[in-house]
Design a protein around this ligand. Structure first.
Ligand code: AMP
Length: 332
């Protein structure tokens, strides 16, 4: 149910100053290059951050670092509504409502839940990990979102959001817009450089296989140069048999916007050393640019003003959607 013609794009990231190259190529870059075409929202998902216990001081710092990082990556607060999820209280109530539209079976089938719950200690699995997908649905539905650019790991959650919107609309009347997911054709799943069967994750901590956007350039170069490859010495994209090289090709293609076949041709007959140096150059140029801008944006007064303005603008739309849902449910 849309009130205006302009299409809406929304994305969120859990607060961490330690964004990875995977976050940038899988989600942020796709958002930044489209932010002028859409009415755009980007939020720091701090409610999602407390699904597992987190140090409060560290969390507050992480929120600011994360916004500074978004801005450094090219998010323009004039174009895009930038806000902190917990500043817009409607997220909590809508999350509650969406949880009640969801079946236990649906949540049990979520790949992220299955993967992460395996690694949780003997103290049991946090409920937050189980119920965060309907909160994510609430985040998306509150803004009448048309398009959500995410990495492959989040596709299932956006699909759940569509299902929940359809279910709600069928039960209570047309209330929510059904969002589409946007998965970038290249860079949607950047893999760990040392273990190219696993996703590159910011929760990996200091890790030779994970490039953080704030990594020292020498360290980032070293990580690329020592990335796991294979013994074939041919730069060829083959995810099944050459996951390491294919991952490096994806990284280069996603940064430079070159297509994969062109990269394969450019490095035909050249060894892995040459190829890795080109990947390292591209990564280091990108990181140098982001890091320089990051320093400019690390001013708490500027960041607070951006968040206050963003929350105010977001609240207007969130409140309207929540009211509509409450009326539909008979709560208002
Ligand atoms: P998260 O780090 O889980 O908060 O994810 C934030 C966004 O980055 C989501 O859209 C993810 O799908 C995306 N993302 C995270 N890691 C990767 C990766 N290794 N490759 C591609 N996209 C990723």
């Amino acid at each position: 149910m849309k009130n205006n013609e302009q299409k809406v794009m929304l994305t969120g990231v859990r607060p961490s100053g330690n964004l990875t190259l995977g976050n940038y190529l899988g989600a942020i870059k796709n958002f930044v290059t489209r932010q002028t075409k859409y009415k755009s929202y980007i939020f720091i998902a701090d409610l999602h951050a407390i699904t597992s216990p987190r140090d409060p001081v560290e969390l507050r710092v992480a929120v600011n670092d994360c916004i500074a990082m978004y801005l450094a990556c090219g998010v323009d607060p004039e174009q895009t509504i930038v806000f902190r999820q917990s500043d817009v209280l409607e997220h909590g109530i809508m999350g509650f409502i969406m949880t009640f539209q969801t079946h236990m079976g649906e949540l049990s089938r979520m790949t992220q839940f299955k993967l992460k719950s395996q690694n949780m200690g003997k103290n049991g699995i946090d409920t937050g990990l189980f119920v965060y997908p309907p909160l994510m649905s609430a985040d998306i539905l509150l803004y009448n979102t048309d398009m959500v650019p995410v990495g492959l790991d989040q596709q299932q959650h956006v699909e759940l959001t569509r299902d929940l919107a359809q279910r709600f609309n069928k039960r209570y009347g047309d209330t929510f817009n059904e969002p589409d997911v946007y998965i970038a054709p290249v860079g949607n799943k950047i893999l760990n450089l040392q273990n190219p069967t696993e996703k590159m994750n910011k929760s990996d901590g200091p890790n030779p296989g994970t490039i953080f956007l704030m990594d020292d350039l020498k360290l980032a170069r070293k990580k690329i140069m020592s990335a796991v490859t294979d013994s074939e010495s041919i730069v060829r994209f083959d995810e099944e048999n050459k996951p390491g090289i294919s991952n490096l090709i994806s990284i280069l293609a996603a940064i430079t916007d070159d297509d994969i076949a062109a990269i394969e041709r450019r490095f035909a007959g050249r060894g892995y050393g040459d190829f890795k140096r080109a990947v390292a150059d591209a990564v280091c140029d990108l990181l140098a640019d982001i890091q320089a801008k990051y320093q400019q944006f690390k001013n708490p007064a500027v960041l607070n003003a951006i968040l206050a303005n963003g929350a105010e603008r977001a609240r207007v739309v969130a409140d309207e959607t929540l009211s509509r849902a409450r009326v539909a449910l008979g709560l208002k």
